[in-house]
Ligand binder design. Sequence first.
Ligand code: SF4
Length: 177
Amino acid sequence: MENRHAWNFNEPLRKRTVIIDWLTTLWCNYRCSYCFQPEHGRHSKYIPRKRITRIINKILGKQISNHCFDNYPAKKWVENIQKIAEGRKAVLSLTGGEPFLDRKNFHYVLKSLCETEEVDNIKIDTNGSFAPEFYEDVNKEKIRLFVSFHPEYAGLEECFNKVQRIIDNGFKRWWIL
Ligand code: SF4
């Protein structure tokens, strides 16, 4: 059987798995004291990028948001990911902030990518506070949720209840971190 593994460098380049690591947003509805991000608000100016990039953007007068869908529409993100994935197997890792917070755009992205044949699986980091009912029409077979536990905002029981609600709404693959 052919080994289509991300680190099998004997495979022809175009057949290799492509791993897309996507920091979708810095928006978050929590404000954990131990968070690596200094800001979480929708209008915060903080963007984690190299100093040189910040300087170049300042010179060019480019305004870049800390939220991916402010920079480009969801449709454009999907189209470009599909272009990268063409002829390969794509594995996505989506993180934030809280990726589910912009639910209208995130719903579109998830639904589209889950229906994309080349996308093998999508790992999503979340604090679990989203409403899973909103994703009723998304095929969740390819989705793996990594639900992080944040005791400052939701105790153990609340965290388990959130995960139960997620399971009840069809997300079958999940882990609590
Ligand atoms: S849930 Fe995650 S991203 Fe949000 S404040 Fe807490 S540690 Fe930061």
